[in-house]
Design a protein around this ligand. Structure first.
Ligand SMILES: NC(=O)c1ccc[n+]([C@@H]2O[C@H](COP(=O)([O-])OP(=O)(O)OC[C@H]3O[C@@H](n4cnc5c(N)ncnc54)[C@H](OP(=O)(O)O)[C@@H]3O)[C@@H](O)[C@H]2O)c1
Length: 227
């Protein structure tokens, strides 16, 4: 049975990814910053196939505690899902510094820090996926909207490539993934995709790219996105 470690599974797409991998017969360890009634219910239903842990990805103390708790365990998939929106519609100069710091710490720095701390738990041949966004593509940035958010995801993409380079000798595949525009708290009620469709697509892409090595920036339909 394959084992996934999904970081940020409390709600939205993270919870969707937890559900999808459980449906596929995986064992899942899911972390959440905030207690999640949905995860608790799933845990009761899953008869030991879902394990829960706490992690605010911006907390070094909580990350060290999680790494200690996971000592000796290996995972086939490590999925870094958390992300936040800030300054939507505002020019960078109009957004408070504290919001900018939290945005970049959450969306760009912390996913890499968590991946670095847990990379040793990924089995040979395994896969590390980061939830990016098509808005992180510098090459396709023609309209500039959500500019601080997209800069944070562009920074994440750059850090993903540096992470991959640092781990060039490791037998892993690294993906930066765009889930589509999805009806979550972040995507809003008018977004075209439901969580189930996006999570199914992301899981299909992970399965299709399993063992391919290297790195790719892809969407939930396995279409390549220019960096
Ligand atoms: N929805 C879209 O259309 C869309 C499009 C492109 C990319 N994305 C990306 O997809 C990912 C998931 O977004 P979503 O749409 O599911 O948004 P969401 O419903 O707002 O969920 C955000 C998730 O991130 C978690 N999170 C935020 N900050 C965290 C922290 N410091 N530590 C741990 N967990 C944290 C939240 O946990 P709490 O419950 O504790 O707040 C929640 O589980 C994000 O990276 C987002 O940028 C979404």
């Amino acid at each position: 049975m394959k084992h996934a470690l999904i970081i940020g599974g409390s709600r939205g797409l993270g919870l969707g990814l937890v559900r999808e991998h459980l449906v596929r017969g995986w064992h899942v360890t899911a972390t959440a910053r905030t207690p999640s009634a949905d995860l608790d219910t799933l845990c009761r239903e899953m008869d030991g196939r879902l394990t829960l842990a706490t992690l605010d990805i911006t907390s070094r103390v909580q990350l060290a505690a999680l790494a200690a708790r996971l000592r000796g365990q290996t995972f086939d998939l490590l999925f870094l899902n958390p992300g936040i929106m800030a300054g939507r519609g505002a020019a960078p100069g109009d957004v408070p510094d504290s919001d900018i710091q939290t945005l970049f710490l959450t969306n760009a720095i912390s996913p890499i820090r968590v991946a670095e701390a847990l990379a040793g738990h990924v089995a040979p041949g395994g896969l590390i996926a980061f939830m990016s966004s098509i808005l992180g593509s510098i090459a396709t940035n023609d309209d500039g909207r959500a500019e601080l958010y997209r800069a944070s995801k562009a920074a994440l993409n750059s850090l993903i490539r540096s992470f991959r380079a640092r781990h060039a000798a490791d037998d892993i595949t690294v993906l930066a993934m765009h889930p589509g525009v999805v009806r979550t708290s972040m995507g809003g009620p008018g977004a075209p995709l439901d969580i189930e469709t996006s999570a199914r697509g992301l899981a299909d892409v992970i399965a299709a790219r399993w063992g391919s090595g290297g790195q790719a920036f892809v969407d939930y339909r396995n279409e390549i996105i220019p960096w």
